[in-house]
Design a protein around this ligand. Structure first.
Ligand SMILES: [Zn+2]
Ligand SMILES: [Zn+2]
Length: 357
């Protein structure tokens, strides 16, 4: 009888209780394959899920969804992939059959792959189901592209989708509130799309300092100065064309309204704490003809475009990945992200192996 082989995984036992332990390796799903995880990003949402009671007591659980690796074992029924293929798995696979998918909004797919409920990639191995294969949420990483770089495609997808949807483009003045990895992606992408001026607002000085390398023209620490006044001053009193709130603060959402120019666009990109309400001056929105836009996710075409962006030379992936750590140091990675010392932390499972990543 074949012994069930083991693997290392970062198991969540409760809020902020993450232990790297040996668990059973996933079996090969019928029609799917097992991926050996080489590179996986630590996402803000992973950190939120792993530091709160995200599963209402249902532990242990393995999170991790910015997954890149190589095919390790394939079900005979899966003919599309072979051992050794280098792949990036987009975790929120779309069905392409429901009404939202068929109307071009697969980001709101009614049968979306629920990656917060299947065993994730903070482990040496990750099982890819026949359904994921059928939905084709799998991208081949070209030979000349590092696996670490490809791991940025997932967090980039919603950023790419947002800027495409609101048409960030030539000559725009853009305000970004929140200089975390997502804010930094927004700045870099805005400049690639031709934005003229990027103003970054943040409460953490070290994050502001790091953000400067991604095309940020002006930085404002909103703990030290009034960010609305500062944006007005930097825009000849007019306000910005577009304001993106990429942080979990309701106060930032409130302030964002007053940073936009007349007829400007305000995006609520970052989610706030569940149940938290933001008080908005709707008369101001009304009389200034503002567009308020909630953003979430990316449709299938945008997921594809974001992957192309992540693996392109214009996108300076290495600058974003400030910390690359073995999976066993996931708790350090969480700390580094929370304090603002790191921009993007990328983890390496299979840490004892010398693999090209
Ligand atoms: Zn769908
Ligand atoms: Zn993510």
């Amino acid at each position: 009888m074949k012994m069930q082989s083991k693997m290392r995984a970062a198991m969540m036992y409760g809020p902020s209780d993450i232990r790297v332990e040996m668990i059973d390796r996933p079996a090969v799903p019928e029609g799917g394959f097992v991926l050996k995880v080489h590179s996986i990003g630590l996402c803000g949402s992973d950190i939120r899920n792993m530091t709160t009671d995200s599963r209402k007591g249902d532990y242990p659980f393995v999170y991790g969804h910015e997954i890149v690796g190589t095919v390790n074992e394939v079900s005979p029924a899966c003919t599309q992939y072979k051992v050794g293929d280098r792949l990036y798995i987009y975790p929120a696979d779309h069905c392409m059959k429901c009404e939202m998918c068929r109307t071009g909004h697969s980001e709101m797919c009614e049968n979306v792959g629920d990656y917060t409920n299947r065993q994730g990639g903070f482990a040496d191995y990750y099982a890819v189901s026949a359904e994921q294969v059928a939905r084709d949420s799998i991208y081949r990483v070209p030979e000349n592209v590092t696996l670490d770089r490809a791991s940025l495609a997932e967090p980039l997808s919603s950023v790419y989708a947002c800027q495409e949807n609101i048409g960030v483009g030539f000559g725009d003045t853009l305000v970004i509130i929140g200089a975390g990895p997502i804010g930094c992606f927004h700045s870099k992408l805005a400049k690639l799309r031709g934005a003229k001026k990027v103003i970054m607002i943040e409460i953490n000085d070290s994050r502001l300092e790091m953000a400067k390398q991604f095309g940020v023209d002006y930085t404002i620490n909103s703990m030290k100065e009034d960010p609305i006044e500062a944006v007005r001053r930097l825009t000849d009193g007019k306000g910005a064309d577009k304001v993106i709130s990429a942080n979990p603060s309701t106060q930032a959402q409130q302030q964002a309204i007053f940073m936009a120019k007349k007829t400007g666009i305000v995006v609520f990109f970052g989610g706030v704490a569940k149940g938290a309400l933001t008080e908005l001056d709707t008369n101001y929105i009304h009389y200034n003809g503002l567009w308020i836009y909630g953003h979430f996710g990316a449709n299938s075409m945008q997921v594809q475009k974001a992957f192309e962006l992540a693996i392109s030379d214009e996108f300076e992936a290495d600058k974003f990945m400030t910390h690359v750590l073995p999976l066993s140091q996931i708790n350090e990675g969480i700390q580094l992200t929370r304090t603002g010392e790191a921009i993007k932390v990328v983890l390496h499972p299979n840490e004892d192996e010398d693999i090209d990543r």
